[in-house]
Design a binder for this molecule. Sequence first.
Ligand code: GLU
Length: 384
Amino acid sequence: MADYKELADLIFPKVKKISYYEEKYPQRNLKEGAIVTRFAPSPTGFVHIGGLYQSLLAKKLTEQTEGVFFLRIEDTDQKREVENGIIGIVNALRDFVILPDEGMISETKEKGNYGPYKQSLRKEIYQAYAKYLIEQGKAYPCFCTPEDLDAIRAKQEAAKIRPGYYGVWAKCRNYTVEEMIEKIKNGESYIIRFKSLGREDRKIKHHDLIKGNIDFPENDQDIVIIKADGLPTYHFAHSVDDHLMRTTLVIRGDEWLSSIPLHLQLFHELGFKAPKYAHIAPIMKNDNGNKRKLSKRKDAEAAVSYYEEEGIPAEAVKEYLLNIANSNFENWRRANLNKSIDEFELQLNKMSVSRCLIRYDKIIRCRKNSYIKNDGRKSIRGSF
Ligand code: GLU
């Protein structure tokens, strides 16, 4: 009788064993409490001020704890990639002096021992871990065509039930291993899905370093982990990469908060220790009395390049971003007029849970108040 191992070998005949990668990327030898974190943008457009904010917080926390800040390029959605996307990200971090200790330093070059730091170069690593899941019956090939998936969606909509590929809807999870092998040998195309044992009517508890304690329903969706092009989805790449790069804290936008049940489940099923998470509220602006998210299309100030064009020094922008991150920054600045922001102690538990309001008029004032220090460094004084 065929077993999962045979299926896994048929799907991924050439990949290495995961023990190879576990040894290649050992635990980091850092002092206790050191934070390892990252900025993990997709090169799909201009660098958004929210991305800069995120990387500034990440960099500061690693400096405060003698940890490691790295830049990982998440380019697994190659259709959405833009020309010069990577270099735009690298240059923005350089211009704002938020320098990664590891990761991509140009379009093609990188530094550090935990790479490659560009996901499209890590294909075999993801496949090794997908194979490991298939061997244990925790992932399987799905042969559903786009038409099959449309038909499932239409039925769910008509019956007003929760959409997705789960439970009775996840029909490919019920094939026997022999049937799966036969379909593959017959040349049917497939992708790889995670086989969730989660149940929507059960809850998990999560503690977020910014949002606090939250209960979520378990994840029961059999999500795609390896796509038809052999590359992973964001969710799978997140768990494999942040495990192998030995990330201890994930700081990211709160649009990912709802993925927590899935991410914790993936870490658990892969046998990894999950990192801590801090989900940042979006940067909002006051638009004639209405508070709304900064829009990539409508708001010029959403792009980091805008500030330089307006003559606002990088340090003034960073100063302002710290001001919206921690409300005690303003008092600290008043009491420490000549200190560098490097000396300010950022605290995640002082971050706003629901929104970070950008006051454009205040940033503009930074420009007016900026001055050149004796040592030639641009700085600002008492701007807020
Ligand atoms: N590539 C994802 C994004 O740009 C990264 C999210 C994360 O930091 O994990 O939103």
